[in-house]
Design a binder for this molecule. Structure first.
Ligand code: FE2
Ligand code: FE2
Length: 458
C-alpha cells in the first residue's frame, strides 16, 4: 500500500514540475493525472476508504501516522506547496477527476499564489472549481486527529529539526539538479550559485554524520533517474574526497561539478535516453555527445569554474586515454575528474534502474577492476578502501541477527563500524539504546556481517 502512496506523491510532484515547464493540458501532465486517478481508484476500491490523506509535517510526508521517506527525499514540490497554502496536507477524495487535477496543477504553476491563510487557499480551490482535493489543517490539528486513532505514532519522532536533517539536504540537492535540468532544456540560465551553496551545505555533514546522508543515497527517484544519479554521484564523491582529506576547495568543486556533470543529457531526446533495446550507431553517438553538450551549456553560465567544465567534459574519459570525447594526449586530468569518473560508474552499477537490478559493491568492484586501464589505480584503491563492501549508510544483518547501519569502513574492509539498531530477536532499539560496534575490534571477533540489506527501512 505504501508503494501506491509513494507513487501517487511522486506523480503529483512530477505533474507540478512538468506543468511549470509546459502548458496546461500538455499530454505529459495529463498522463500523470490519469495515472494518479487510476491508482487512487484502486486504493479506494481495495481499502473501502474515501480519502487518501497525504500529511506534511516538518518537511516530511506522513501517511497514516508514519513518515514516507522516499518521496520526502526526492519530491519536495508538494511539501513547498503545503507551505504556500498554509495547509497540513492534501486529501485526494473519492470521485477525484482529471479536471480536479488539471486545475490543481494550473494553480501550482501560478507565478504567485494569493494566499496568506488556509481559508484563502480553500476558497481559491473552490473558486477555481476543484471538487475533490481537500486541504488539511496544519499539522498540529491533523496530528491530533491521527493520534486519537493510531497509537503513539508521533512518539519519538524528532520534530523541529527540519533544517538540520539530512533529508532536508537531500531535498535541496534534488531540487537544484532537477531545476538545472529543466532550465537547461529551455535554454534558461542555471543557478550555479545555488548548486555551490548546496554543495557547501553538504560539506558540513561530511564532518559529522555523513552516514546519515549516505543513507538517503538508496532512495530511488522513480523515472527521472538522471537527477538521482547526479545527487548520488555528488554525495559519494564528496564523501570519498573528504576521507582522502582533499582541500575544501576541491571538495566544493567536486560536489558542484558532480551535480551538473550529466547536464548535457537534457539535449538527448527521451526516445533515445529511455530506449529499451539496442541503440543504433547514430543513437549511440548522440549519447556519447552529452559531455560535450554539457560543456556547451555550462560555458553559457557565468560563475562557472574551470573544474566544473573539466569534470563535465572528462567524466567518461578513461585513465588509459580511451573513452569519450577524444582529447589530446598531452592533456592532464585533474583528480576531481578522475574521482568523478569512478563515482559515476560505481553509482550506475549499484543503482536500481527500471531495466536492471542493483549490483552490490563487491559485484561493482569486480566489474570495475576487470576493466584494466579504465580507472586511476590509486584513486580506485582509495575509493574501495573508503566505501568498502558495506558502504556507510547501508544496513547490514550481523551473524547473530542484530541489524545495524554502517557508519564507516574500518580497518578491515569486511568488518565496518556499525550502529546497532535492532536486537538479536528483532526488536528495534530506541535512539538512546542504539550503540556503536566496531567489527574490526578484537572483542568483536565472534560476530561478522552476514548480509547487506539493500532495501531495509527503519
Ligand atoms: Fe555521463
Ligand atoms: Fe553520470
Amino acid at each position: 500500500m505504501l508503494d501506491t502512496i509513494n507513487t501517487i506523491i511522486m506523480l503529483l510532484c512530477k505533474g507540478m514540475a512538468n506543468r511549470k515547464l509546459y502548458f496546461s493540458d500538455h499530454p505529459k501532465v495529463n498522463a500523470y493525472s490519469s495515472e494518479i486517478i487510476d491508482l487512487s481508484n484502486d486504493y479506494f476500491r481495495s481499502t473501502g476508504s474515501n480519502e487518501i490523506f497525504i500529511g506534511i509535517i516538518d518537511g516530511f510526508y506522513i501517511f497514516e501516522g508514519k513518515r514516507v521517506f522516499g518521496p520526502s527525499v526526492t519530491g519536495k514540490q508538494l511539501i513547498l506547496l503545503a507551505d504556500t497554502l498554509q495547509c497540513g496536507g492534501f486529501g485526494l477524495q473519492k470521485g477525484i477527476s482529471i479536471s480536479d487535477l488539471k486545475i490543481f496543477f494550473d494553480i501550482t504553476a501560478l507565478p504567485e499564489i494569493p494566499v496568506t491563510k488556509l481559508t484563502d487557499a480553500r476558497s481559491l480551490f473552490t473558486n477555481y472549481g476543484i471538487n475533490n482535493i481537500r486541504l488539511g489543517e496544519p499539522f498540529s490539528d491533523e496530528a491530533g486527529k491521527i493520534q486519537r486513532t493510531t497509537a503513539n505514532v508521533w512518539e519519538g519522532q524528532a520534530v523541529g529539526k527540519g533544517l538540520q536533517s539530512p533529508t532536508f539536504l537531500y531535498q535541496e540537492l534534488y531540487e537544484v539538479v532537477s531545476k538545472a535540468y529543466g532550465d537547461a532544456s529551455f535554454d534558461r540560465t542555471l543557478d550555479i550559485d545555488k548548486a555551490r551553496s548546496v554543495s557547501e551545505f553538504m560539506l558540513r555533514y561530511v564532518q559529522s554524520s555523513f552516514s546519515d546522508v549516505m543513507q538517503h543515497v538508496h532512495y530511488p527517484d522513480y523515472d527521472s533517474y538522471t537527477v538521482g544519479h547526479s545527487v548520488r554521484v555528488s554525495s559519494l564523491a564528496v564523501y570519498v574526497g573528504s576521507k582522502m582529506q582533499w582541500s575544501k576547495k576541491d571538495l566544493l568543486s567536486i560536489g558542484t561539478a558532480a551535480l551538473l556533470h550529466d547536464i548535457g543529457k537534457c539535449r538527448i531526446p527521451d526516445s533515445i535516453l529511455f530506449k529499451k533495446g539496442r541503440l543504433t550507431d547514430e543513437e549511440f553517438e548522440v549519447i556519447r555527445d552529452h559531455p560535450r553538450a554539457g560543456v556547451e551549456i555550462l560555458l553559457e553560465q557565468k560563475d562557472i569554474s574551470e573544474l566544473d567544465l573539466a569534470a563535465c567534459w572528462g567524466h567518461h574519459l578513461r585513465y588509459d586515454g580511451g573513452g569519450y570525447p577524444k582529447q589530446p594526449e598531452w592533456a592532464v586530468r585533474h583528480p576531481v575528474t578522475a574521482l568523478l569518473q569512478i563515482c559515476d560508474v560505481f553509482e550506475a552499477l549499484t543503482a536500481v534502474r527500471p531495466y536492471k537490478a542493483a549490483l552490490d559493491p563487491q559485484g561493482a568492484y569486480t566489474i570495475m577492476l576487470a576493466d584494466k586501464g579504465a580507472f586511476h589505480p590509486g584513486l580506485m584503491a582509495a575509493f574501495i578502501s573508503m566505501v568498502g563492501l558495506y558502504p556507510p549508510g547501508t544496513y547490514v544483518k550481523l551473524s547473530d541477527k542484530r541489524v545495524g547501519m554502517v557508519t564507516e569502513v574500518s580497518e578491515y574492509i569486511d568488518r565496518p563500524k556499525v550502529i546497532v539498531i535492532s536486537s538479536k530477536i528483532g526488536e528495534s532499539l530506541g535512539e538512546d539504546d542504539q550503540y556503536l560496534l566496531n567489527l574490526s575490534d578484537k572483542q568483536q571477533q565472534a560476530v561478522s556481517v552476514d548480509q547487506l540489506l539493500l532495501d531495509y527501512q527503519e
